[in-house]
Structures are given as structure tokens and as C-alpha cells.
Ligand binder design. Structure first.
Ligand code: AMP
Ligand code: MG
Length: 388
């Protein structure tokens, strides 16, 4: 059994040079920015009013000011502000020459082309040119683009951005007992949940997916479909058939197809039989059939690899909280990921009866990590939760 962190290191040590495509920013949400982009224009590009009010010289003090003009957002000021003069200015408008302060409109009175300051204005209320960003500085580095990032890019005039090509991820559910949703279940059969779940997990992280449906535990049929998958896809996800049973043909079929097994069996719970292999430019994960294992192994291992494939290291989103009940376990030989729910600052372990208990994940919001050798975590312990 390989140490799970060593397995993760194998996956994260791959150096892929992503193929870059340029997409409009309207299609860039969730995509991986492939190259660092720089600030194109100072932000703001000119010194401007942070408030509606009157632009004047701060050295002038209290008194009455002659109003020279009205400057709206988008206007270019025409007049320089001199002593005892001011210009009426709107939020976002360009600061006129001579002025270094804006007295907010609430602190003034206006009549007959004159403005009187009735309350002292303590602030300058000016956003200086380049105060937020300077042209030439780094703007964004390779990362998964969020909605805010799209805003930041648009604010810099980027209409399109270079993003990494998304891998095509094939999904094959293996098992003679499996029927697809919509079909009638016969005795001894269950619905294939891993296939649709894996496709959804791939989709949720912004990669492309292709379902190959269900393949029975038959070496020839497995070899046929896996062979197709290896030819067509960048990464292939298989569920089921990787453990020790008489009908677990996946490792043998992969070897027969010329794939090199890079690891098989991890000291992790759930998901011990996990397998990872490579054939030329295609990579294969053999995930254990138990649905909770499939889900968790994807989250922890497959996701990290797919992000690597797109040229970045995945950044975990983590919360911390206090455990509401003690966690005990007898077997501490494996690293364990356990699903939890969050309630404010509390971490509530989900009652989960083993790795077939998929419905326990309905409430899952995160995973906690129980280290090898740990048999008990006390109630009230402060823990980190890896958010799903
Ligand atoms: P296996 O890894 O093939 O030994 O399967 C382990 C358990 O997971 C068995 O109870 C299977 O019936 C179940 N299982 C395998 N594949 C799937 C699937 N695609 N959807 C739901 N359950 C599955
Ligand atoms: Mg099976």
C-alpha cells in the first residue's frame, strides 16, 4: 500500500505544458488562466471624484466659492480651479486642474452661482490615478478564474484571455450488476451511480466529460471500451473492478492493453484499491466501485491531477471548526477522509455506515482528514475541514 501523500506527490509532480486557447471573457468563468496577465492601464486611469460635491483648493479654507463649471463622469474639465473658485463635480468624474479636494455636497449650500461650505470636510475624497493598480504590474497569474476575476479582467480592457485547454475525461462504469437510471432493475442489480456522479464531478471542476456507459465484468468487453477511451480521451476514469475479487479484471486488462501501472492500492480509507496508470499520453484512474470511495478519491486525487494537467496546482479551500462529537476508530493504519457537515463554527461528522452509503453524502459539505496512527479525536477538538 502506497502512502496517500506519496501518491498525491506522484500526481502533482507531473509537469504538463498546457495547450492554450483564447476565449472571450464571457466564456472564461471556471477556466484555468494559462498565462500571467499584466495591468494595461493605471487604475483609475485619471484622478477622480469619490463623492458628489465641489472640487476646490484645500488651502482655501472656509468661505464662499464661485462655481466655474459642472463636471459629469465622462467629461473632461475645461477650467483650472483657482483661489476662491470651485467646480461642481459628480462621483467618478475627472478632477480639474488646481483642485486637490472635494467637499461633499451634503456639507455645502449653493445659490446664485456661489457655493458655501457649511460643515468642515475632513477628507480629500479623491481617488488618485494609479492608486489601485499601476500599468505593467502583475494582474493575475495562472488560476481558476472566478467571477471577480472576470470583473478584474474586464476593468483592464481584456476582451479575451488565454486559458488552458480542458482535458477530455472519459468515464466508464464497470460491473455486471449495473443498470443505467431509466432501465428496469432485475434481481441482484443496482443502478450505476458512479458514472453520472463522476461525469458531474468532472463537469463541476470545468473539464470536459464523455460517458462510455456501463461495461460488464468481461475482459474482452472491458478491453474494447477501455481501448476506445484511451485513444479518445486525455484521462480515463474507471469505476469498479480494481480490487481482489475473481471478477476484478481492470488491472489485468490495462496491463494487456500496454498501460503502465504507476500505483495500485493506497493506504487510504475509503478507496484502498485505487489504481493509476499511463498509456502514452493518456492517463487512467481505476477507482473502487463503492460510491463513497469513488466520490472521495475523485475529490482528493483525480481533481489534483486534472488541475495539474491544466497547468496549475489546485488550491484547497479550507475552513476550521470545532468537532461536535468524538471520532473513534479501531483501524488506524490508513489515512481516512470522513464526510462532515458544518454548522456555524461546528463540525458535525456524518453518520456513515461504510463506503456504499452514498446517501450519507447528501449533507456533506467537507472532508476531515484522520492521520495514520490516530485512533481517537476528542469532542471539542479544533480541526481543519477541506471544503467540497
Ligand atoms: P467493485 O469495486 O467492483 O468491487 O465494487 C464494489 C461495490 O461497489 C459493489 O457493491 C458494487 O456493486 C458497487 N458498485 C460498483 N460500481 C458501481 C457503480 N457504478 N455505481 C454504484 N455502485 C457501484
Ligand atoms: Mg465489481
Amino acid at each position: 500500500m502506497l502512502d496517500p501523500d506519496a501518491a498525491l506527490k506522484i500526481l502533482e509532480d507531473f509537469e504538463f505544458t498546457p495547450t492554450v486557447e483564447v476565449v472571450p471573457i464571457g466564456e472564461a468563468l471556471g477556466r484555468v488562466l494559462a498565462e500571467a496577465v499584466r495591468v494595461r492601464v493605471d487604475s483609475p486611469p485619471f484622478s477622480k471624484a469619490a463623492m458628489d460635491g465641489y472640487a476646490l483648493r484645500s488651502s482655501d479654507g472656509a468661505g464662499r466659492y464661485r462655481i466655474l463649471e459642472m463636471i459629469a463622469a465622462g467629461d473632461v474639465p475645461r477650467k483650472k480651479v483657482g483661489p476662491e473658485q470651485c467646480s461642481k463635480i459628480m462621483t467618478g468624474a475627472m478632477l480639474p486642474k488646481g483642485a486637490d479636494k472635494i467637499v461633499r455636497v451634503e456639507f455645502t449650500r449653493e445659490s446664485d452661482g456661489l457655493m458655501t461650505v457649511v460643515e468642515p470636510e475632513p477628507y480629500a475624497n479623491i481617488i488618485q490615478r494609479g492608486e489601485n493598480l499601476r500599468a505593467g504590474d502583475p494582474l493575475l497569474g495562472p488560476k481558476v478564474l472566478s467571477s471577480q476575476d472576470i470583473g478584474v479582467l474586464a476593468s483592464q480592457g481584456y476582451a479575451s484571455v488565454p486559458v488552458s485547454l480542458r482535458p477530455l475525461v472519459g468515464v466508464i462504469a464497470t460491473g455486471s450488476e449495473l443498470r443505467s437510471a431509466g432501465q428496469k432493475l432485475m434481481d441482484g442489480e443496482i443502478y450505476d451511480s458512479n458514472g453520472p456522479q463522476l461525469c458531474a464531478q468532472v463537469q463541476a471542476m470545468g473539464a470536459r466529460w464523455r460517458s462510455y456507459g456501463v461495461v460488464p465484468d468481461d475482459p474482452e468487453q472491458l478491453a474494447g471500451t477501455i481501448g476506445h477511451g484511451l485513444r479518445d480521451c486525455d484521462v480515463l476514469l474507471l469505476s469498479g473492478g480494481v480490487s481482489m475479487g475473481d471478477l476484478d479484471f481492470v488491472p489485468r486488462v490495462l496491463k494487456d492493453l500496454g498501460a503502465q501501472i504507476l500505483f495500485h492500492k493506497l493506504a487510504v480509507k475509503p478507496g484502498k484499491p485505487t489504481l493509476f496508470a499511463q498509456k502514452e499520453r493518456a492517463f487512467v484512474f481505476g477507482l473502487p466501485g463503492n460510491p463513497v470511495s469513488t466520490f472521495i478519491i475523485f475529490e482528493v486525487f483525480v481533481k489534483a491531477f486534472l488541475y495539474r494537467w491544466m497547468g496549475i496546482s489546485s488550491r484547497l479551500r479550507v475552513a476550521s471548526g470545532v468537532l461536535t462529537e468524538a471520532i473513534k476508530r479501531r483501524d488506524a493504519q490508513r489515512l481516512e477522509y470522513r464526510p462532515v457537515r458544518l454548522e456555524g463554527n461546528s463540525i458535525v461528522p456524518l453518520s456513515y455506515h461504510g463506503s456504499s452509503h452514498l446517501s450519507a453524502l447528501r449533507e456533506a459539505e467537507g472532508l476531515i482528514r484522520i492521520e495514520i496512527g490516530t485512533t481517537r479525536i476528542e469532542k471539542g477538538s479544533e480541526l481543519n475541514v477541506r471544503l467540497l
